[in-house]
Design a protein around this ligand. Structure first.
Ligand code: ADP
Length: 174
């Protein structure tokens, strides 16, 4: 049998949105195994700790309906992405593309990564147009101000965000 095709989908997932989940669903169809790599990224000052982000992504994967959940694994990493991809035997790095704004950063990253390892390809997937505009950053901003985030994240993630913000600085806000 041929070697299994392993893909890595890296990100901060702070927290995972419907856009991320859509990309995971699409990516899982293209590979034999998909490793969702949760970057520690302490420099970005994440709202959720790495362990929490891993746990939340795992929970979302359990709710995937297309039967691909069994081939998806979630792992934290704090090394260079290329080193992580090599360590899990990946031949593909998956990234999601939203709009023109993502393009330049993703283009540079893919180009640099291609120099670091010529046998790992970066592939870009687009989320469904319903999800393309969603970003974790705005979900957090809207959530912090008590806005409705139910269209952007799962009910489970929405509950986590509410809990985080209610226990935090906006407690008592009307
Ligand atoms: P990073 O910190 O690397 O930007 P993110 O967790 O924000 O990580 O996103 C991980 C990947 O998912 C990136 O490639 C990003 O462009 C992509 N992504 C995030 N949100 C969406 C979305 N709504 N539609 C498509 N791709 C997305």
């Amino acid at each position: 049998m041929n070697n299994p095709r392993i893909g890595v989908y890296p990100g901060t997932f702070d927290p995972i949105t419907n856009g991320h989940t859509d990309i995971i669903r699409r990516a899982a169809k293209l590979v034999d195994r998909l490793i969702v790599g949760v970057a520690r990224n302490d420099g970005k000052g994440p709202l959720f700790s790495t362990d929490e982000r891993v746990e939340i992504v795992r929970e979302e994967i359990r709710y995937l309906e297309n039967g691909d959940a069994g081939k998806i694994e979630v792992r934290a990493f704090d090394t260079l992405l290329m080193a992580f991809a090599e360590s899990v035997g990946a031949s593909i790095i998956v990234r999601g593309l939203r709009a023109v704004s993502d393009f330049e950063y993703e283009f540079q990253m893919a180009g640099m990564n291609a120099r670091l390892n010529t046998s790992i390809e970066t592939v870009f997937l687009m989320a469904s147009d319903r999800y393309q505009f969603i970003s974790s950053r705005f979900v957090k901003e809207i959530g912090a101000l008590g806005g409705d985030i139910s269209h952007f994240v799962s009910p489970r993630v929405a509950a986590r965000l509410r809990e985080r913000y209610n226990g935090g600085r906006i407690k008592g806000r009307r």
